[in-house]
Design a protein around this ligand. Structure first.
Ligand code: SAH
Length: 502
């Protein structure tokens, strides 16, 4: 009998939104997932931590609009695990806090599927914390109570007399639409109308916003501020601690938008943080490797044919070597090759793979690379140019004037506009002070994501990594207020730093 051994399901809490607020164990589970089933409100960078080969399935819900009904989700988890897969079910906050994680676990347990729950940091504690509100505090709250404010999903509404009698902090999730019902219910049940209330929306994310008031006026204040869900409502004297504990919203460092592919955002984000900036991650492009195409296979099989291997981006190096080894390549085949890299980061990446660049131009632009190389090439040379499918086209004719050039596409750059709404809010709310463009394709992706509405850029400064990017910006009507003199991420950082000192 050919019986499939079941896989396993990990019910993982993703935390409330800030990428760093996931457990180490949760991240390790994502990194070994074969199937990733995820909800709305999950930090996008977590999804990119799954292996590229993992099947990624979005089952999120938006208010009443269920993307996939719960019984279908249960069954999906079951089917994938029964087929032998390692499944990660990634849920916002903690899976067992209003997350239906229990139902999913029971469904799997009843069918003999091994599962494990990896708790997450729940928004009902982390959300208030990021707004400067401790859920308990000596002298003002020795307990806290968490309720759902969405009564459609519950058999009973809230028992306001019982709630009003509690001494501790009251916390409501999913209650944004029912805020007036909650505040009035509490007042009628005897809670003083002057009780402090805070509503925290998009907690722990870069667009977090908090509004404070009292049971009597919070509804009006929330309306005036234009808050949107998801939001948490906190009722109690602990709200008053915010004056001293509001570490997150009082960040003074200027926000810098990071538009690159989500998998590449973290090194740049780290550099920005190190230089005192606040990275705001909103990818508008995605790098899609093209895999082992026949052209690439041919170049790898016949690698000895070439005399120069030329790289125009760090991505190109990573993807080339990945495919080289996957196709059975051996580094000894490259012993006679010379290597060229467009700049420092590409050369460093090359060195990680065991090769020192023989040539790096002074200026990190493709025309300089091509010009410098042509001075070294003779008719007997043969150049392999593995790079982006949408790369600059001057290079090939310049090099081909000297010798044979094989231009081999490794990856495509695809525009991604999923963060469109978030992007506009971040820019117009003053969250972002700088928008650095690190390639012409991020300019295109950004322009599409904002729907061509350049008026939102009135209060931000746009920066270009180099002349090619600056030219693309100008073509679309975006003014490069700053241009890096060294055309690298370090150069971008330097020009931003210099600007903050003016
Ligand atoms: N399991 C989740 C809660 C799921 S219910 C947890 O432990 O956090 C969904 C509700 O959680 C939303 O309606 C909202 O009230 C709250 N919520 C989740 N993430 C939030 C965030 N980043 N900011 C504000 N509220 C959030």
């Amino acid at each position: 009998m050919n019986e499939q051994k079941p896989g396993k399901v990990y019910l993982v809490g993703a935390g409330p939104g800030d990428f760093g607020l996931i457990t180490l164990k949760g991240l390790q589970a994502i990194e070994q997932a074969e199937v990733l089933v995820y909800d709305r409100l999950i930090n996008e960078n977590l999804i990119y931590r799954a292996p590229e080969t993992a099947e990624k399935i979005y089952v999120g819900k938006q208010a009443a609009n269920h993307a996939l009904p719960q019984d279908k989700i249960n069954d999906l988890l079951y089917q994938k695990a029964a087929a032998g897969k390692i499944v990660v079910r990634l849920k916002g906050g903690d899976p067992y806090v209003f997350g239906r994680g229990g139902e999913e676990g029971i469904y799997l347990a009843e069918r003999g599927i091994p599962f494990e729950e990896i708790p997450g940091i729940t928004s009902c504690i982390a959300g208030p914390a990021y707004a400067g509100i401790p859920v308990t505090h000596r002298e003002c709250a020795s307990s806290f109570h968490v309720f759902t404010g969405n009564f459609k999903d519950e058999l009973r509404g809230l028992n306001f007399p019982n709630l009003a009698a509690l001494e501790g902090t009251l916390i409501f999730l999913m209650g944004f639409g029912n805020l007036p019902y909650i505040t009035q219910g509490l007042i009628y049940a005897g809670k003083p109308a002057a009780t402090p209330v805070a509503v925290v929306s998009h907690a722990t994310r870069s667009d977090q916003q908090t509004v404070c008031g009292t049971l009597a006026d919070i509804e009006q204040k929330v309306k005036e501020a234009g808050l949107t869900p998801p939001a948490i409502t906190i009722v109690g004297d602990v709200v008053n601690c915010r004056g001293q504990l509001n570490f997150f919203e009082q960040r003074r460092s200027p926000g810098v938008l990071v538009l690159r592919d989500a998998r590449q955002s973290s090194p740049f984000a780290k550099m920005l943080r190190g230089a005192g900036f606040r990275p705001v991650i909103c990818p508008v492009i995605r790098i899609e490797p093209l895999g082992l195409t026949p052209k690439l296979q041919d170049a790898i099989t016949n690698i000895c044919r070439y005399t120069w291997l030329v790289f125009t981006s760090p991505n190109g190096v990573t993807l080339f070597f990945r495919q080289f080894f996957a196709a059975g390549g051996d580094l000894r085949q490259m012993a006679g090759l010379k290597f060229a890299a467009i700049g420092k980061a590409t050369a460093e990446n090359l060195q990680k793979n065991g090769f020192r660049a023989d040539y790096v131009p002074n200026s990190q632009i493709s025309d300089s690379l091509a010009k410098g190389l042509t001075e070294k090439l003779t008719a007997n040379d043969c150049v392999l140019l593995p790079r982006s499918a949408i790369a600059n086209n001057n290079m090939v004719p310049m090099l081909a004037a000297k010798c044979r050039v094989d231009d081999v596409p490794l990856y495509d750059t695809v525009v991604q506009t999923s963060c469109r709404n978030e992007l506009k809010t971040l820019i117009t709310s003053g969250e972002v002070r700088y928008i650095p463009f690190t390639s012409a394709s991020t300019v295109d992706g950004f322009y599409q994501a904002i729907g061509g509405d350049l008026s939102i850029l009135a209060d931000v400064k746009c920066a270009a990594i180099g002349p090619v990017t600056a030219k693309r910006m100008q073509e679309l009507g975006i003014t490069p207020a700053l241009t890096a003199s060294e055309h690298s991420l370090d150069g971008v950082l330097a020009v931003l730093k210099e600007d903050t000192q003016n």
